[in-house]
Design a protein around this ligand. Sequence first.
Ligand code: NAD
Length: 511
Amino acid sequence: MSETTGTSTSTLQRTPTAIVQHWINGQTVDSESGRTAPVFDPALGVQTKSVALANGAEINAAVAAAQAAFPGWRDTSITKRQQILFRFRELLNERKDELAEILTAEHGKVLSDALGEITRGLEVVELATGFPHLIKGEFSANVSTGVDVYSSKQPLGVVGIISPFNFPAMVPMWFFPIAIAAGNTVVLKPSEKDPSAANWLAALFSEAGLPNGVFNVLHGDKEAVDGLLNHPDVKSISFVGSTPIAKYIYETAARNGKRVQALGGAKNHMLVLPDADLDLTADAAINAGFGSAGERCMAISVVVAVEPVADDLITKITERMSSLRVGDGRRSCDMGPLVTEQHRDKVASYIDLATTDGATVVVDGRGTDIDGDANGFWLGPTLIDRVPLDSKVYLDEIFGPVLSIVRVHSYQDGVDLINRGAYGNGTAIFTNDGGAARRFENEIEVGMIGINVPIPVPVAYYSFGGFKESLFGDTKAYGLAGFDFFTREKVITSRWLDPSHGGINLGFPQN
Ligand code: NAD
């Protein structure tokens, strides 16, 4: 059985034989590739549906639909485009509970967190509704006698978006509202682990009045990604995912002459100075380390404690960990399961590695009580102290509820440690010393910084992106950078001829 549209699928979502199909040209298109991937309910540990994996013909069909829709959408008046965006915003706000349920059922995050994800995506939709101002050009009269110069920001054409499993609604919304507002048409390739949110969003946008073909969802794996990277009609690629894939995407898309932004992985440190309020710091470490089961690119995974605070801080963190309720996100729990069994096993393997490498496992999440089905992909919050800096527990992006503690002896040791890291996505400092915080802000080589804020995800009218191995390409996501990425500027020099313009002059005009 195939799913129909995203907005009317809530009963089909629970049908084990349902296949999440492509959304092309305003409708569900059944895949003929014969290839699918399983989609699980991570809290139940069972496969609830499958997702189609596109073949070459389906990739071409999605791009062709977007290409055919492009001229009409580009030339649709600003007023009309804005009305559709406002309607989409209203519908999304009205029905966000429905989308949150889909996120929890496929990703596993608890319902309140799923709603938080949607709220952050909605912020970008709201920013995008202001596009008439943000894509305005400039005008200079009489740059030479009777000559005017003006600029116009125009859409690129068909743009490709490739998104990760951990934010199946928010990350696509970092890009498609802005791309579409600016007059582009979109092919979104969501993660195959939790694909339904993308169809739901596309169907909702259609209901808001978006013309067919402007927003297409192509499901698939590497074949679909490579198809977009190599398709001559795809003008840009916006990617979010792990660093090795981000590098591959960046290099391949750039080689093919496409505009590309590729956001990669992270390993975020939280520096705790001795003057910090340790109760508030422990709260923040818990929220940032274990929210969404640590499957956030802005999660804190290493607490860098400037001595002598480590022992006290660990006591406070441990007390709080014991009160966390881990279980099915549809119940009132704090933390849900990991996305797949394979990912859970990989994350859990770092706990054994920590012991082998000489670290101290303070809390082992494999022993946590679970409020959920025994078959779910569970791993409770885990705390590891004295993690050696050459251990993979410190170096790797674990992407699960595993919080490491590293002890240092000064502010400077902490800054040097963070700056030696391969990634530069997010970081935070906890202190009551304004001077130290200001120094940190200046000296740290990380793109997004929190001062007593553990997960400093910028609001929609700033832009999101890190440094080093966390971002390939030079344009961040959303904010003004998003409008720059999804438009290209034309500069027009114009004069209306009259007899005074006559005569031959091979030089540059002087006045
Ligand atoms: P992933 O790299 O495995 O997958 C991301 C996308 O790439 C998916 O759509 C997937 O289908 C596709 N893909 C996977 N393997 C591929 C291959 N070999 N060739 C081409 N395409 C391929 O990432 P994930 O596990 O879905 O997501 C978690 C990762 O995303 C973490 O590393 C996390 O830090 C990162 N992330 C980063 C940000 C950021 O803003 N920097 C935000 C969210 C997630």
